[in-house]
Design a protein around this ligand. Structure first.
Ligand SMILES: NC(=O)c1ccc[n+]([C@@H]2O[C@H](COP(=O)([O-])OP(=O)(O)OC[C@H]3O[C@@H](n4cnc5c(N)ncnc54)[C@H](OP(=O)(O)O)[C@@H]3O)[C@@H](O)[C@H]2O)c1
Length: 231
């Protein structure tokens, strides 16, 4: 199927929400692997997935990513559709939010004015060192207090939250039932092996999702799933 830019923008528009809406974005093989044979996810997605990945960034206020993914995938500078963002009244670029306990932050991200989310009991020296160039949000002892972090986002009007993983961070957000929607590209590939899934955590949960759309592209599917929250 040919993907029309306007139609994609409509399909992936954030809902009008008066709170931070947490969208996560992943690619997975048919047998549920979150990484290809090179241990990265980029090799799984085709051209359509790349387009949607970029569009989701362009539609977001904030991009949240675990330090593991930032390190493994070599996160660095990135471009967004500034015309689209201006049309939607968004800031010129989304803010990158890096989640880390050890505070081993790739230098390329430090240069971008990234915000770092960590725990309140993180190494004070590392927090102080980072705090000289970056904003550090330290919430929660032992585990990050995500409710407090999202309240912090809300204060800044960051309601369009995009989380790009990885599986550890995603598993935690799923476990806390904070994921409002999942954008999942299903790649037409079988891998077997012992690759991680797109979410893992200590305790299994059962959260039902409703299909918003499924588009055939590059032989696979671009899907969007919204959390079913019945009162
Ligand atoms: N298929 C996909 O769409 C997709 C998407 C993203 C990533 N991936 C793949 O997933 C793999 C990485 O997986 P991963 O589970 O290690 O990724 P991850 O969740 O990005 O990274 C884990 C690390 O991030 C930090 N972190 C995450 N959640 C945290 C939390 N709640 N509190 C404190 N720190 C937290 C910690 O960093 P510190 O070590 O700094 O404390 C932790 O060691 C890579 O191979 C990547 O290619 C696939």
């Amino acid at each position: 199927m040919t993907l029309d830019a306007g139609e994609l923008e409509r399909l992936y528009a954030y809902p009008a929400a008066d709170r931070p809406w947490v969208r996560t974005n992943f690619v997975s093989t048919l047998d549920g692997a979150a990484t290809g044979t090179d241990g990265k996810s980029g090799t799984l997605g085709g051209e359509a997935d790349t387009r949607v990945f970029a569009l989701l960034r362009s539609l977001s206020d904030v991009i949240v990513v675990g330090a593991g993914t930032a390190r493994d995938e070599g996160y660095a500078d990135f471009e967004v559709d500034t015309e689209l963002r201006a049309r939607l009244g968004l800031a010129p670029a989304p803010t990158m939010v890096l989640v880390s306990r050890r505070l081993d932050i790739p230098p390329a991200l430090i240069a971008r004015g990234t915000v770092v989310v960590t725990t309140a009991d993180a190494d004070p020296e590392a927090v102080a060192a980072l705090g000289r160039t970056l904003e550090v949000i330290a919430e929660g002892r032992g585990e990050i207090d995500w409710t407090a972090v999202l309240a912090w986002f809300a204060e800044r009007g960051w309601n369009r939250v995009l989380c790009e993983g990885g599986p550890s961070l995603h598993g935690e957000l799923v476990g806390l039932d904070l994921v409002d929607e999942l954008c999942l590209t299903i790649a037409p590939v079988l891998t077997a092996g012992d690759a991680p899934r797109i979410a893992h955590g200590d305790d299994p949960v059962h959260h039902t999702m409703t299909l918003a759309h499924a588009i055939e592209a590059d032989g696979g599917l671009l899907t969007r799933w919204v959390r079913s929250r019945h009162p």
